[in-house]
Design a protein around this ligand. Structure first.
Ligand code: FAD
Ligand code: DLZ
Ligand code: SF4
Length: 508
């Protein structure tokens, strides 16, 4: 009797656990484009197109490798509309009763598979460097689960950038060298672009018809949709951008959306690139003298450290993690996040870029949109849903810890030891956004004062009880306390007025 082998849209690796456990001649691979997955949030059209195109090409590859594949397109007659529904339909068609699955990256889908009346064997997803068991044993008994210590364990485990038991160059972390703002006359590499072939074009037309109302521009579409193309993106990054990745990692430039970033997150997350392989390629570039240590270490830390760590946290903390709201923020997400007019140039740039590219780099996500949502005290569930919808790489296991934890401090400090908040100063230092803004970054109060300057203090003041004894925030409170009493009152009053205008829907 054949078994069904479930391959989800973010499990597109030939070595994925369910395929490894299956027998080619006997079992039937099930892949399905279904409404339950396209509609649980209103994904950016580019993200849906990327996933469908990559799924179709991966199915074709499996077939040419000799697998039997039952592939359902979104507009096929009889599409059951959900993953369990499709499994039941295929089970009847092929006379199967059991399913080999790889554990999904989202509690919602894990629960749906657990409730499926077929006999579903869920195999651990082995495409990560740390297994769940390893993360749990690292986490056990620790008071604080800080990324930096987990990352060192991963360096030791893999031997990446290690010289014996010591870190290469004698330092674990080169972040200190990685905070330079970018000047716009730097040589900036262009990301690789793939003209849609016939198959991709067919997907684009389907997405155009079905998801026309979702936020985001579908065209032009130039993402990689196969492992071979993703590999080219990685090689291109290593050859043209890695060298400067560390130095300008936190920089933002209005007319340069990608700077020295790799744009490989979505390819890692859907499985067409392998994280350990990527880290080894980058380590090799450093060994070959093609990239300095601050770049190689900075880059490897993002994947070996942050990416593995946030996955560990997502599963460690459990299914209710995405709905946490430790700071009790209740304000609705304002329309400017959906492209409505705003006079804040930094936000306008970040949102516009997100709409067009389904991409923004880490500091734009953390210190522009995330920072604003936090200091404007927006409900973190709404912020979470926004990030899950709008980015090409957004899957809950990686998005929720970054948004709910790192960016919104809604987990009460599981991930971050202090909230990532800043006034306009930081944005001014790291970007060229302020020069063409309606507001003045140097104005703290009064007509035209930068809203980040007002909301930053307003946030700190509101959460004084929680944060004033945090040693990493003591300096901020001292600065606030030294401010003239009358000025503090003005800041708080103007911040309130700004938030009221924003909530009323006035363009701010
Ligand atoms: P690069 O800057 O070139 O970094 C290299 C790789 O490191 C990335 O491709 C990614 O795989 C990994 N990486 C870097 N930072 C992180 C991180 N904090 N967590 C996990 N992996 C990381 N990343 C996602 O993959 N999916 C998400 O849904 C997502 N949501 C985010 C939401 C918020 C609020 C924030 C602050 C960050 C989020 N990130 C997310 C992390 C990070 O912003 C993206 O991974 C990165 O911007 C992707 O672009 P890149 O490939 O050019 O990355
Ligand atoms: C994100 C996504 C979308 C938009 N569509 C599909 C789909 O039609 N079929 C599928 O198998 N997977 C899809 N995915 C990816 C899943 O939502 C993803 O596997 C879960 O969120 C777990 O990470
Ligand atoms: Fe953003 Fe303030 Fe700078 Fe305007 S002045 S771009 S609102 S930080």
């Amino acid at each position: 009797m054949p078994r069904l082998v479930l391959v989800l849209g973010d499990q597109l690796s030939p070595s994925v656990a369910a395929l490894k456990a299956a027998e080619k001649g006997r079992d039937v691979v099930v892949m399905a484009e279904v409404a339950a997955e396209t509609d649980y949030v209103r994904h950016h059209p580019k993200k849906i197109a990327l996933i469908f195109a990559a799924m179709r090409k991966f199915a074709a590859r499996l077939k040419s490798d000799g697998w039997k594949v039952a592939y359902t397109r979104l507009d096929d007659d009889g599409n059951a509309g959900s993953i369990p529904g499709e499994l039941l339909r295929r089970a009847e068609e092929h006379g199967a009763r059991s399913v080999l699955a790889t554990r999904p990256g989202e509690w919602r889908l894990i629960e749906a598979l657990e409730d499926c009346p077929l006999d579903v064997a869920m195999h651990e997803d082995t495409r990560f460097i740390a297994s769940h068991a390893e993360f749990e044993s690292w986490a056990e008994g620790r008071k604080a689960l800080r990324m930096e210590y987990f990352y060192r364990e991963m360096r030791r485990k893999t031997g990446l950038l290690m010289e014996g038991d010591e870190p290469a160059g004698d330092k674990w972390n080169y972040d200190h060298d990685n905070r330079k703002p970018a000047e716009d006359d730097l040589f900036l590499p262009k990301p690789l672009w793939f003209e849609p072939d016939e198959e991709v074009e067919e997907v684009l037309q389907l997405v155009e018809q079905r998801f026309a109302d979702n936020f985001g521009k579908l065209r032009p579409f130039g993402f990689a949709t196969t492992a071979e193309q993703a590999e080219k993106v990685l090689t291109h990054f290593i050859q043209t951008a890695l060298e400067n990745f560390g130095t300008y990692q936190d920089a933002m430039l209005q007319d340069q959306r990608f700077l020295y970033h790799s744009l490989i997150s979505a390819y890692l997350n859907i499985g067409v690139l392998d994280p350990l392989d990527v880290c080894q390629r980058v380590e090799q570039a450093w060994k070959d003298g093609k990239a300095p240590i601050n770049a190689a270490e900075g880059f490897i830390r993002q994947i070996l450290g942050w990416r593995e760590y946030v996955r560990g946290i997502y599963f460690h903390e459990g299914p209710e993690y995405p709905s946490r709201n430790a700071l009790n923020h209740q304000r609705a997400l304002p329309p400017l996040f959906w492209g409505a007019e705003t006079k804040m140039n930094c936000l306008a740039q970040a949102v516009n870029q997100t709409e067009e590219e389904a991409y923004a780099h880490h500091i734009q996500r953390l210190m522009i949109t995330g920072n604003f949502a936090l200091i404007a005290q927006i409900n973190p569930s709404e912020v979470h849903e926004w990030y899950l919808e709008v980015y090409f790489d957004a899957f809950e296991w990686v998005e929720a810890p970054n948004t709910v934890g790192m960016s919104q401090f809604a987990d009460g400090g599981v991930i971050a030891s202090k909230p990532y908040v800043s006034s306009g100063n930081y944005i001014h230092k790291m970007s060229d956004y302020c020069g063409s803004c309606h507001y003045s970054v140097s104005k703290k109060t009064g007509e035209g004062a930068c809203p980040f300057n007002l909301l930053y203090w307003h946030f700190l003041d509101r959460h004084r009880d929680r944060f004033e004894n945090n040693p990493r925030m003591a300096q901020m409170y001292r600065t606030w306390d030294r401010m003239d009493h009358g000025k503090r009152k003005t800041v708080l009053r103007e911040a309130e007025a700004f938030l009221t205008r924003m909530s009323k829907g006035d363009p701010v």
